[in-house]
Write a protein that binds this ligand. Structure first.
Ligand SMILES: *Cc1c(COP(=O)(O)O)cnc(C)c1O
Length: 391
């Protein structure tokens, strides 16, 4: 036998929880191998294509040799200007494209890197749970300690700041919040953001608001941007993404806006780790940000029809479901006699319907299942019929 070295993962990797969607994918593959026609509502990845005018802009942009070279890590000024113009027209928020806007290789990249800029080993990061798994993981990678803020139905899936001990708030450097929320689909009112700003100022906490779903909303009720609230720019930043709004998850582009010092800190990490977003993608994204609202409202109407089908279908079966005001998720209580994992397994094995177990987003998600509205209304009706037969 050849001599070999012993390969040990670093403790930060060993302490990672198993990646949620890897486990689900394995279950799905096993069901498919048995010949089950799986209706997959587990992953939040839009099934609709990127609008045609954006794809066209990309085709033109890719032909330009100047885009074939290294981009700048902070993004083309023209892209950052387009972001600033979009914030002005959508939220009436003024942003300096030079200092208050930063391009990202998807917002996941920025969320993954931000604690490296501001969190010292042992510092606390306030993390909502159930929530996007990257918040606690990026905290862990920076040596920080996640303090879980449970999102419960009783509190409209908003964190209860009065439940956080004073000494934790004093040690907190950073707070993640996310509305419209994944996975609960809740939106946050203005007063909530005002509370966030008050706490951030009192305890010196950097606020990172994840607004990936701000454009996927229903019944014409537009979600707020954190940046619209007086004082937000003094305490933090907002992460945004083209992924969900324009069905561009595969393109890898997002951005962060807000406090110039926080933006500069994140930029410092990025300039040492990556070399920015392919400029052709940035150029196509400028066109995306100028998309006619008719196209976006058509997309929203498709999700709204699906939401209505699934919401009324599951409620009709006696399930307790939160009606989404925004985002493309449906957060439902599992029926009596099940926990998250056993209900997900029951649905997959007996109905060929796949959802995500709520506890995969953190312990406070136990007792729930998340369905993504990323299959057609027809398939969704079929899913409801199949579930009817096994409940
Ligand atoms: C999808 C998602 C993102 C990441 O999107 P990118 O494709 O990386 O821009 C960020 N936050 C939440 C809550 C998401 O669901």
């Amino acid at each position: 036998m050849k001599p070999e070295i012993s390969i040990e993962m670093a403790s930060r990797v060993k302490s990672l929880p198993p990646y949620l969607f890897a486990t689900i994918d394995k279950m799905k593959q096993e069901a498919k191998a048995k010949g089950v026609d799986v209706i997959d509502m587990s992953i939040g990845d839009p099934d609709l294509p990127t609008p045609e005018h954006i794809v066209k802009a990309m085709k033109l942009a890719v032909e330009k040799p100047e885009h074939h070279r290294y981009p700048s890590y902070e993004g083309m000024l023209s892209f950052r200007e387009a972001v600033s113009a979009w914030y002005k027209s959508r939220f009436s928020v003024e942003l300096d494209p030079k200092t208050e806007v930063l391009s990202l290789i998807g917002s996941k990249e920025g969320i993954g890197h931000i604690p490296l800029a501001f969190v010292e080993p042992g510092d606390v990061v306030l993390v909502p749970s159930p929530g996007y798994p990257v918040y606690p993981v990026s905290t862990l990678f920076a040596g920080g300690e996640s303090y879980i803020m449970p999102l419960t139905e009783d509190n409209h899936f908003l964190p209860d700041f009065s439940a956080i001990p004073e000494d934790v708030l004093k040690r907190a450097r950073l707070m993640f919040i996310n509305y419209p929320n994944n996975p609960t689909s809740a939106c946050a009112p203005r007063e909530f953001y005002e509370d966030v700003i008050r706490i951030a100022l009192k305890y010196n906490i950097i606020v990172c608001h994840d607004a990936a779903y701000s454009e996927i909303y229903y019944d014409g009720k537009k979600p707020l941007s954190f940046m619209e609230i007086d004082g937000a720019k003094e305490v933090g930043i907002e992460f945004h993404s083209l992924s969900k709004t324009y069905n561009m998850t595969g393109w890898r582009i997002g951005f962060a806006v807000g406090n110039s010092k926080v933006i500069a800190g994140l930029g410092k990490i990025k300039s040492n780790l990556d070399s920015g977003v392919f400029q052709a993608v940035q150029e196509a994204s400028i066109v995306a940000l100028e998309t006619d609202d008719k196209i976006l409202s058509d997309i929203r109407n498709i999700y709204q029809e699906r939401r209505d089908v699934l919401y009324s279908g599951l409620t009709g079966l006696g399930m307790i479901v939160t009606k989404p005001e925004a985002s493309f998720y449906l957060w439902a209580k599992v029926p009596k006699g099940y926990d998250s994992a056993s209900f997900v397994a029951h649905l997959l094995e007996n109905a060929g319907v796949l959802g995500t177990p709520g506890n995969g987003f953190g312990a406070p998600g136990e007792g729930y299942i998340r369905f993504a509205l990323t299959v057609s209304a027809e398939r969704m009706k079929e899913a409801v019929e199949r579930i009817r037969k096994i409940l």
